[in-house]
Design a protein around this ligand. Sequence first.
Ligand code: NAP
Length: 295
Amino acid sequence: MNDVPLFQRVTLIGIGLIGSSLARVMREQNLAGEIVVTTRREETLNRAIDLGLCDRGTLDMGDAVSGADLVIVCTPMGSYAAVGKAIAKHLKPGAIISDVGSVKEPVFETLGKALPDTVHLVPGHPIAGTEHSGPDAGFATLFKNRWTLLTPAKGTDQAAVDKVIDLWQRAGAMVEVMDAHHHDQVLAITSHLPHLIAYTIVGTATDLGDDLKQEVIQFSASGFRDFTRIAASDPTMWRDIFLTNKDAVLEVLGRFDEDLTELKRAIRKGDGEKLFEHFTRTRAIRRGIIDADQA
Ligand code: NAP
């Protein structure tokens, strides 16, 4: 841990699972001289104060960001345009504005659009999370050995990008800088489509007749149980993800549909060879994830 904090004052807008995990690791690693938190509801703010997640808390977003060296937006993506408007004129020249939202291209149009030229926008996305929400759900090791992807626009001040890289690395994350559009395409297949499938399967089970539904819950084998965990993720966050990454999700959904039709045909025709070959190929992907320490 360094003696000198990386940033003097950091403001966290929103203090749920991600914001509170950041606050905890920033405290642990001395990444901020002062942490200011702002939330939408007073109840959440009081909880953040009780948990010792901030040095100062306020419901006034403008007041919260004034004088901050780094502002990290940790709210659902549907709130970004309003957040941008509320903070724009209170930002200190030279301040770095970042976020943790799960879709990156729209950040420039929503949050970025309102910001003055005097600040540096460095969007980010930690690929780490759980199905839990709120300030109690966070923990300091959430980002450890997980990727955080940063998607600054071309021409963004390199010193600002480097400082955000430094923050995430000191929080335990592995960091990669990539193009926002590319990020959204990759995440559509690795995260957004699996969530959509989980929401669908659990929804289908919920719509079964009462007897069958009871048995699904009672005898839920690990396959279905894993889906229920994913489908318990925050509805607001996931609504916003599908609304903001619409094109990329629809594109991968189209491909998925085609592949599913092929597997359906193999089952109908009793083509065991095709099924075996497919399952063998996908098993290798799992091994790759384990080898990359991302299991
Ligand atoms: P969370 O636990 O539900 O917390 C959300 C926070 O945002 C709360 O402090 C809430 O304040 C505030 N908030 C909600 N709606 C708001 C609004 N309309 N205006 C202002 N503040 C609002 O959410 P989270 O899981 O930390 O997710 C936050 C962001 O991280 C999302 O953009 C999500 O895409 C991204 N992300 C999440 C995960 C994950 O697994 N959860 C992983 C990577 C990235 P109040 O309680 O006062 O309403």
